[in-house]
Design a protein around this ligand. Structure first.
Ligand SMILES: Nc1ncnc2c1ncn2[C@@H]1O[C@H](COP(=O)(O)OP(=O)(O)OP(=O)(O)O)[C@@H](O)[C@H]1O
Length: 278
């Protein structure tokens, strides 16, 4: 009896040791999942034209389960960074891993881990919306039952049901943005990377997208998006990364940012303060 009790105690102690930083055992799988690192940017530099350092030795570690806002003034290096994360451009120095896959040396494996909404939604203009969605579903091997269900759901969310049989060429800017977002979401990637995703969206679609971003992160996934709209970043993000002239000048929570600058009462004033001292 005593031996059995000892075995149970030793087991419980070891169990507790393994998870001693997890406060709630009911939340165990999510807590462990959230410790995973999804995007690792290590000492990355990009030089245009041999001389212009658009991105200068930046490092960011982005875990799962969080929404990260990427903010900075015009020309700071946001799009260049996003293009390197997604394999559109190769860094001149450093490396980028998406869920452990190197975007330069393992591009096919790395690209399966994320979906990208680029800043320019003018793509595949000669295709009909539905053809584009099926094309994206084919690339990511989404089976027909799943794609049918996702297309119906996304079309409803973004109020695009009546537009899917029209050519993308005939769409407004906002509708083009919506079809690109739908094309990304159809494969349900773990990591969402979005470059200025709210631009051109009407209030309802913008609201829906923000809700979807929150739900996606709450499920233990990662959302990384650039924006100039600081109110959006303020309300939506778990953390912000601020880039200025190619360098990361802050990465952390808004509380941490505010702690460093107690006189500022909004992300806008914090942002202006940080940029002015950079
Ligand atoms: N293809 C290119 N060739 C040369 N220079 C470039 C190229 N693309 C960007 N740049 C320069 O690199 C810098 C960073 O540009 P980038 O587009 O990454 O900034 P950004 O933060 O996304 O800006 P914005 O908020 O205005 O979209 C800028 O000085 C820009 O002029």
């Amino acid at each position: 009896m005593l031996i059995a009790a000892n075995i149970i105690i030793v087991y419980l102690l070891n169990f507790d040791d393994q998870f001693n930083d997890v406060p709630n055992l009911n939340a165990l799988p999510t807590a462990i999942e959230r410790k995973k690192i999804m995007i690792e940017i290590k000492h990355v530099t990009k030089v245009y034209g041999g001389t212009h350092k658009a991105v200068d030795n930046i490092s960011l570690t982005i875990p799962t389960g969080e929404i990260i806002g990427f903010i900075g003034p015009n020309g700071a290096g946001k799009t260049t960074t996003i293009k390197m994360i997604t394999g559109v451009l190769n860094p001149d120095e450093g490396e980028i891993l998406i869920n452990g896959k190197n975007i330069v040396t393992q591009p096919l494996e790395a690209k399966k881990e994320f979906g990208i909404v680029p800043d320019n939604a003018d793509i595949f203009l000669r295709l009909k919306g539905i053809e584009y969605l099926n094309f994206m579903a084919d690339i990511y091997e989404v089976d027909s039952a799943t794609r049918k269900q996702r297309i119906a759901q996304l079309a409803k969310t973004f109020e695009m049901e009546n537009a899917l049989n029209d050519k993308i060429l005939s769409y407004s800017h906002g509708m083009r943005q919506k079809i690109v977002i739908m094309g990304v979401l159809i494969s349900d990637p773990n990591v969402w990377i979005l470059d200025e995703p709210m631009t051109g969206l009407d209030p309802q679609s913008s609201y829906s997208l923000k809700q979807m971003m929150k739900e996606h992160a709450a499920k233990g996934n990662t959302v990384f998006f650039s924006t100039h709209v600081l109110e959006v970043a303020e309300k939506l993000c778990d953390k912000v990364a601020i880039i200025n002239a190619g360098s990361i000048i802050f990465f952390g929570t808004l509380e941490e940012l505010q702690h460093n600058h107690p006189n500022c009462d909004s992300l806008e004033s914090l942002f202006l303060e940080v940029i002015s001292h950079a």
